[in-house]
Design a protein around this ligand. Sequence first.
Ligand SMILES: O=P(O)(O)OC[C@H]1O[C@H](O[C@H]2O[C@H](CO)[C@@H](O)[C@H](O)[C@H]2O)[C@H](O)[C@@H](O)[C@@H]1O
Ligand code: UDP
Length: 813
Amino acid sequence: MMSYGERPRLLVVANRLPVSSKKTGENSWSMEMSPGGKFNLLGGVTDQYDTKWVGWPGFDVYNEVEKTALSKSLAQMNCIPVFLNEVFDQYYNGYSNGIIWPILHHMGLPIECHHDANKTFQTQYDAYKKANRMFLDVVIENYEEGDTIWCQDYHLMFLPQYLKEYNNKIKVGWFLHSPFPSSEVYKTLPSRSELLRSVLRADLLGFHTYDFARHFVSTCTQILGVEGTDEGVVDQGRLTRVVVLPMGIDPDRFISTSKLPEVIQQMNELKEKFFGKKVILGVDRLDMIKGIPQKYLGFEKFLEENPDWRNKVVLVQIAVPTRDAVPEYQKVRDQVHGLVGRINGRFGSISSLPVHHMDCSVPSNYLCALYATADVLLVTSLRDGLNLVSHEFVACQESKKGVLILSEFAGAGQSLGAGALLVNPWNVTEVSSAIKEALTMPAEERDERHRVNFQYVITNSAEKWGGDFLSELNDAFAESEMKIRSIPHELPQRDMIQRYSQSNHRLIVLGFCGTLTEPMNSQNEELDLKLNPKLKGTLKALCNDPKTTVVVLSRSGRNILDKVFGEYKIWLAAENGMLLRDPTGEWVTNMPENMNLDWVNGVKNVFKYFTDRTPRSFFEANETSLVWNHEYADVKFGKTQARDMLQHLWAGPISKASVDVVRGNHSVEVHAMSETKGAAIGRILEEMMHKISMTTPIDYVFCSGYLLEKDEDIYTFFESEIVPSKLSHETRSKSSSSNIMKNQISPNVLDLKKENYFSVAIGQTRSKARYVIDSSQDVVDLLHKLAIADTTTMANTVSDSELHQRLAMETRI
Ligand SMILES: O=P(O)(O)OC[C@H]1O[C@H](O[C@H]2O[C@H](CO)[C@@H](O)[C@H](O)[C@H]2O)[C@H](O)[C@@H](O)[C@@H]1O
Ligand SMILES: O=c1ccn([C@@H]2O[C@H](COP(=O)(O)OP(=O)(O)O)[C@@H](O)[C@H]2O)c(=O)[nH]1
């Protein structure tokens, strides 16, 4: 359903509503839009969407009459309140800002306070979940089918899961405004898995920088054991898309505000006040992550080392009070005040103070006047999601073209780094030198640096950011809808077997590990991968059948495949197609020339280290890949070791190598950047064509495996090779250059009709395969049935024991 108007509906859910409400009478309020922060995005998306905000109004309201009156007033501003009341403190100051925020900002967890029952991790975690449920309730009350729900930030990490549990068809996005930490830090969080699992339920996740997105994906792979891909995170065949979309500001608002007469007047007053002096500006919340003490240390050093500048420069710092209820914030405030006193005491005089520090926020017009008057903006965040202040400064500097000194640890460093002077705020000398460089920078260089950044800020506005996120979300949702619709069907066995027996040349393509291997057995002392013994006769019968070609396509190396399948007349593709063996046993290489394998020894050392310390694990070293397998190790310990192993690998031997790392359910594989199974199968068919004179084209394909998501392109490969039913083989051969034919495989090799194609995933709830079966035991049964299909029309109805008997007789095992 649509809409309040014609436009699609959007519910933006954030901790805080974008308006400040002031009580003006018993049941009346005045409302004002809050100018700063993530509220910028509101302007950006309202043009295309009918947007409503859901969030905390900024204060407690217990009285029902008051609640109704406030809700009515807020409704006029398209805002819907969530009255968190008694839950707020533990949810916001406690769990959100006392626990998650420090972790996200690499500060580590506080010591848990056990003597106060309201302050334990568990109570605060419970309050956090409760608050997320209260947001959910309000969203549900206002939800209409087809609405988009966009959850903002770390306060609402449970909301994606709650929304999807309520209705899996709701379109849900989540954007993190803060940094995402390295997994080493994140994994200290007691509720680490639950929070990750919940946000992964969203359709799209957004981050400000590549670093944050990369940290998130690798944290998911390490903590949850899921698969990280270029597109995001895959769990049980379901993809959660991850995008990097740095937020922007509304540049026009800042540009036009700085031209207002009132603002020009304020600028003139500021110029007069600081006449003859250069102005360095700082605008930050008084938060430890903003690095205000580091800023003062850098400035102090600059004054120490440059006595000539002592009366010629001022640092104006707006330190906006924030989270004052949290003791750590009170400590930073006191520390900062101490530093200000020290610097002014050391370098001030009756007529001039080097530091003008204010614990307050300033009206938005005055902020623009400050931005436009300053010669330098100094941002020394120790870690910052983005830092909108740096964007706002650039927008207001059209005429002055001042210099931006920007911490390399602010997300904005990735976007505004080209025009800014990037500094490490912990390096006091570097900050001091950057101040000097900024103050003495030639005009042409300032112009050029400003031009680059100004261009970025006006092009990458909040409006663009909001639009891009929502369009990515629509795509991701449509894609997942399609996937849901294409949940594989139950395999029509009778039809599959009948068509097999009626075909002239059948191709069977099978995976190896988890598909044809012996089922896992904790009693089994031997760790080698072995063929399921029940398949021996069946496979022999199929391989010996002149009308059937069998291919095993595996990530395993050729030694293993040779050992397992040596006696069969079978095609083997080792290391995902890098090496190919025809049924006579001859191997050919398909490796690209000059492939760099310098990383192999380093990886082997790490694998050996972990194998020695993980009982019942083992590793295979192949030509272009290494696989560490913990299938037979203790399940939990194996997984923990795999996580640690990945850290060692990323930090060392593969940090600069061109390799793929695949975290399987029970394995870690490192292989030279290679193809997927889908890409390999095309080359295998071409190779077949060269090796054997294929008189009859393949007219039947059965393709099955326990595959990684990325290897599932093997199923779609054959879909794109299917012959439209009206085109006969003859017509197709004659018109193979026709542009309606997408395939590259010659029709003399593959002449496949839709009804003769059976792609069968094993034990997946979502897959690109047409059909699904429960386990590898079903593959064994199916292959039995195919093996005797030519000799009995009742193959699909006879019992397993009869099949075994018949097969035993026919294949003489
Ligand atoms: O005041 P709070 O409710 O405690 O929230 C703190 C600030 O959070 C948001 O800032 C973060 O988002 C910015 C925009 O994405 C990003 O630049 C910054 O690095 C983050 O810290 C919010 O935008 C601010 O208004 C809040 O003050
Ligand atoms: O007195 C002030 C100082 C700052 N801001 C706004 O607060 C936001 C700060 O965002 P930023 O991303 O720099 O850091 P955050 O505080 O969100 O971590 C910016 O939009 C500023 O315009 C404000 O509204 N009043």
